[in-house]
Design a protein around this ligand. Sequence first.
Ligand SMILES: [Ca+2]
Length: 662
Amino acid sequence: MPPLARFLAVIAVAGLAAASFGAEPAPVEQAGPNLVKNPGFQEDAPPWQLPAGFEVVKDAGRAGGACLHFVRTDASTYRLASQSIECRPGRRYRFSAWVRTKGVAGGDSGATVCMEWSGAKGWIGGAYPVGRKGDNDWFRVEGVTAPLPPEATSMGVRLYLRKGMTGEAWFDDVEVSEFWGRPIEAYLAHPAYRGLIFDVEPRVPVRVRVELADLIEGHAWRPEGGYAGLSDLALVCRLVADGKPVAETRHEKLAARTLEMEVASAPLKAGPYEVEVVLRQGRRDIASQRLGGQVLPAGQRPRVYIDRYRRTMVDGKPFLPLGFYFGNLQEADMAKMAEAGFNCAMPYAFSGLALEKAAAALDMAQRHGVKVIYSVKDLYAGTKHFPAARAGGPLDADAAVAAIVERFRSHPNVLAWYLNDELPATMRGELEARYRLVRRLDPDHPTWAVLYQVDELPDYRHTCDVLGTDPYPLPDKPVTMAADWAMKTGRATGGACAFWQVPQAFDWANYHKTEEPAKHRPPTYEELRTMTYLALINGAKGLIYYSFYDLQRDRLGFDTRWKDVSRVGREVRDLTPAILAVAPLPAGLKVDGPRWAAMRQGPHLWVLVTNPEREAVAMRLTLPAGAGAVKTLAGREVAAKDGVVAEDFKPLACETYVIELR
Ligand SMILES: [Ca+2]
């Protein structure tokens, strides 16, 4: 293309981009070659390790050739076909296999493929995409691993039937490749929420965080900076408004893989803008990413949004979402919840509910002061729960979501949209497109996604406004899982975005009906309270417990469980001013011993402390200068000696100290 034509084409593309934000194609994902040997079973078994039940068959493959056949009749046996793959810590892998099933039955998801990695002490982790059961013609299962931890020394791809299941399966065309991801991953550190700039606030620069891939076009990152064999690299960050660049920053030295770039926002006028991040080599663009934003005219605010302190703002006031997952919303349940101080419900059933019924339920919940997170999480074509035919509505998933959002975006009782419930990172492109659709249709409400994929959270940054994770440790794992997952969730956006956590209130026995019920139990009051404290201490700004319907079918009875759960809920309600406090902390404050966090508003200082460990721990709270009387949240007066409060914390003890500053 001649230079002038190229110049004009760039202008045209830029203009189009600004006019149609949300329609850009997904950035290119990079991957290496297939690392599986004998992936189609054409050369008999090696190097596959095939235990009893697996055999290579010559004429049943996808294209009529060979494939792997497996049959299991005894549900108590559990064997997997596997192949070792060279393991490179720090790298991610994308993997897939084609699978066919006949008569696969049992309590899990069926025939599938997984990857697992081990270290000196054995199993460390894995990636386990769901399979299918029953009878299925050839289908493809795909997964992507988190970055392999440094202690991983071996890795394998495995073909199998989930534990406890019986039936027949065929496997073919297995692929594992290094997954290098997108060359650049950029997100806004400020303004983090949808790039919204409020024109009444002083203008500060737009801050963009950029992460560079481990490998770019197959070239590896060098410890001293830059990529081996890729010279003349530059990272350019520019603001574009009305199709024209208005400000630009350029980094020639790529000294670290995570960079922060600032671009002056002063030239932006009210209206939409874009942040364009480009990785260039000489005059060639290797990769680019666009982030949308908007300068809101003075006085304009969304009805619900996330402020720069990561608080949910509703009609101009800070709000702490505190509630439960539901199936349907029943009036008696809403009354029960509201009475105990809970203010928010996340009903799964809304995803497939007729609009008139949803309207009535929203109104009903509103009468009880309970806001609703509206779930559209099932509306992805091809996923398990996608309603086959919505009553009187469209079958196209995007159209179904649009119909819901357009109908209810001005309903005063909607708090947020629930876009994703644990869908895999392999759906990233689709999830990002869905987020852009809902964001474009509804500037007035944030969106939420909840994941168990805690090590892949950066993949989900542009799939929602508010992330969440759902640690369910009890009874087998330590309650500190609630802290670890909250920490990882906060870190996924560099602390820039709000996250709402999903604490475990349920008994796993409700979900593992075939197992010995004595293996399970629900969290005790102390465990529930400690997990709640751990989520708050690590920065959660919303708590939606899982779940109300599990309390209703709990073996111990609803009333017994509700006594514990509502007691924790009342405490969180009393802590709300602390959780939503934003003032800087006074100097000199510190706590030694257990886990803690402090919050301050005006003269009020709160110090949340919990001991999630199995042994008692001594706590020393060093008071800041100017500290007055110390009480606990429950009103117990606490003595300080030489400016230090010293108390012992038994396992699972929690306390909030309330300190008045002079
Ligand atoms: Ca084959």
